[in-house]
Design a protein around this ligand. Structure first.
Ligand code: C5P
Length: 286
């Protein structure tokens, strides 16, 4: 019998991001405070179709075969629990911009893991599910857990942090995208002038003081990408002029976000950007 599962896939923002060094496997150890936000894709899964696997996505340019992380997640999950799903069809309604540093593909994969785990009666704990996510991609473990968390290693070591204080994010995705692999290569060749203060960020989150949290956001990739794309300075200056507490790029870019304490200011910021940018979002922490 065919069953349809529904799950939301939430985007992430990196409140902090530090690259600690290159590992023997070629990847980099990082340390990052990540936050899920209310910009979401919708994932629907038909399970037990009795037909070959399929995947559809509402956004062009996204792979619709086994290269898609959502497809990979279904494969890895079924293999892990030793079940034959007898045909899976995945449909993704995409809203998370791609090439943004917001973990869109990873969020979809994490949604598939959660939905399948629920379908099979929760055989895996959320932490076991996140661990499984590490086999799919570096951001999948965090996207599986969601909320506010400290993420370390390649992305597989997670520790829950106090919730981000109530706030509004404005996210702006410029047209250009950044190659994550090239950016990691580049950061190996430059001295990192400033790193996030994770102790201060944890204390700020514990205090629930939004201004202190905003003061402590820092992404080591931001100056590297901004040096080549001065447009990011323009977006940040608009954010800053219209009431943002602080602003920076997320992940490996190219989306930039502002933290605000008022929806009204957030609406003004969006208005000021909409003439030049088509991908602007207002979001809350989730
Ligand atoms: O995780 P994602 O597939 O977006 O990573 C793209 C590339 O970024 C990897 O192939 C690798 O070169 C680099 N990377 C890294 N260390 C990480 C994450 C990504 O070197 N922790």
């Amino acid at each position: 019998m065919m069953t349809t599962l529904y799950e939301g896939a939430f985007a992430k923002l990196n409140l902090t991001l530090d690259v600690l060094g290159k590992r023997p496997d070629g990847y980099h150890d990082l340390k990052s405070v990540m936050q899920t936000v209310s910009i979401r894709d919708d994932v629907e899964i038909d399970i037990g179709t009795g037909k070959p696997w399929t995947l559809e996505c509402s956004m062009e340019g996204i792979p619709t075969d086994e290269r898609n992380l959502a497809w990979k997640a279904a494969e890895v999950y079924c293999e892990q629990i030793g079940k034959n799903p007898d045909g899976i069809s995945i449909r993704i309604t995409k809203r998370i911009p791609s090439g943004a540093g917001m973990g869109g593909g990873s969020a979809d994969a994490a949604a598939v893991l959660r939905a399948l785990n629920r379908h099979y009666g929760e055989p895996l704990s959320i932490l076991a599910l996140a661990e499984l996510g590490a086999r799919i991609g570096s951001d999948v473990p965090f996207c599986t857990l969601g909320g506010t968390a400290m993420v370390e290693g390649r992305g597989e070591r997670l520790r829950r942090l106090p919730d981000m204080p109530d706030c509004v994010f404005v996210v702006c995705k410029p047209e250009f995208s950044v190659s994550t692999a090239e950016l990691y290569q580049k950061i190996d060749q430059v001295a990192i002038p400033k790193r996030p203060d994770h102790q201060a960020m944890e204390t700020a989150l514990l205090s629930g003081d939004l201004s202190r949290v905003a003061e402590n956001i820092w992404n080591v990739f931001d100056p590297v990408v901004t040096a080549e794309h001065l447009e990011l300075n323009y977006i940040k200056s608009i954010f800053n002029t219209y009431g943002s507490l602080n602003q920076q790029m997320t992940g490996s870019g190219s989306a930039c976000f502002a933290i605000l304490d008022s929806f009204e200011y957030a609406a003004v910021v969006c208005n000021m950007l909409k003439e030049n940018y088509s991908q602007i979002f207002i979001a809350k922490p989730v």
